[in-house]
Design a protein around this ligand. Sequence first.
Ligand code: MN
Length: 577
Amino acid sequence: MNGYRFWQKEQLYWIAFWVGLVASFALNPSWITFVLLMLLMVASYLRYSCSGLRVPQSDVLPIECAGRPAGEGQLAGSPSELDPEATAAAVAHGKALGETVFAFIQIDNLEDVLQGLDENQRNALQTETHQHLLNWCGHLNGFLRKYSEDMYMGIFSRQELDRMIAEKFDILDEVRALRVGNKLPVTISMGVAASGLTMSERGQKAQTGLDLALGRGGDQAAVYVNGEVQFYGGKAKVMEKNTRVKARVVAHAIRELMLEATDVMIMGHEGEDFDSLGSAMGVARMAAHLGKRVNIVVGEIALSFEKLQELLPDYTEYEGLFLTVGEALERVTPSTLLFVVDTHRVFLTAAPQLIDIVDRRVVIDHHRRSEDFIPNPMIVYLEPSASSTSELVTELLTYFDEKIELTRLEASALFSGMVVDTKNFAVQTGVRTFEAAAYLRRSGADPAIVRHLFMVDMETLKLRAAILAGSQSLAGGVVIASCPSEVKNGQIVSAQAADMMLSIEGVRVSFVLCPADGGVGISARSNGDVNVQVIMEAFGGGGHQTVAGAHIDGVDLAEARKRLEAVVADYIGEEKE
Ligand SMILES: [Mn+2]
């Protein structure tokens, strides 16, 4: 404070001196006053440029006047892109910002958790949650403010973020363990940002992080630090959401978009399974119901599509419905409305080129959100708590139009999608899954068709048996197997084998490695205890909590297996802590 007043006084003194001198030169112009004037000009220039803008003494920071280059002393990871010639004040500002960490925290499921509790329990649970968050923040010397019933904003220093990371965000486990008569656990999600050059950028990043954490199913923290995003937590099972408001809203929004569109195209992920195909057929029915021209784009022929094709000749209405990628590229126009179902990552889609051409995109998916996402979609319906995209599309169909009628094949294909992704209604199956299945059965889903779609040929059966025969079990309920060599449909059969291995007693997680495309593909499956998405992300892959995959380029089976075993051992070890 003193420093600031001194600065003001000194400046007044200088201004008075200058005014006096200029006045005397004006009254009596002589060479002596002129030289004096010049000398003073140089002196005052030197004085101000050396001391800079005179930062208030009380909160002086170690800056360049203390003989230290700008930027030194900043913590690792804070942005150091500051101009080294920045003024002292700018450096001080940058350093202060470098240490500020923003966090947005949301309670994921307050409404669902509070249901069925009495008034006392409700209050107690909310107070307990609040208290735990406050204590956590207090021990990190941070600032926390609740700004709506289930939203918080926090500000922390950079050192404390390191502590949060070292503690692996154990607040997530702490809150999840709260029990005050509630049947469902309370879970929280966080977006935390320590990178971003301005306050607003950093705030935005924290918000994006929260969206990412929620999009991945909640109960986790997404942290922007050192220029990348890291995830913590996310080990809990995704809870089914009770509210269907979103399905209704999305169904109406899709209807509006379809009415405006000239034509509709739908694609799933490459190597379509029945969830992709079934949900695509469901969306196609919506468009056809509105009298729009509609096509489904399929990638290289996959086993599931071959099965479906065997049935297509019985239904004349599907003539010309399915297009290859080449045909789709010829027919697509900039005003086409493009649906992407059962994936949200560009490189996994059947035809990534289509996404570049079309501006109007809609994403319907049930996979946990990955960092890369179809750019600027008009509608995103991403629900990781749903069993399958087929379940989501079935719900959308019920809200789309009361008069909509599915064909037997469409209902059966949607039903098959649910069967695949729930492993015959064994995992990831909620109340809404059965309700959707009941609707489909009422709409004509035929068990005989479904059974036909899942029949396998002798070759597939033998390959599957060979994979299973070579499986080995590791500590912690882990089973690993591999494909004998590069074989036809190896990836698909690997996935099936990985599914089957989960039914072995004591097995929590299974992996099948399969040589493909000059590297090794991994199919990972879990019974829900272990998050295989996190494990596959270590190899640049992704997927879902219980179903995930990855591809390692340029390695052989032995090397891939070594790497996988190391990552799995790490994960299992961490779990025990
Ligand atoms: Mn799916």
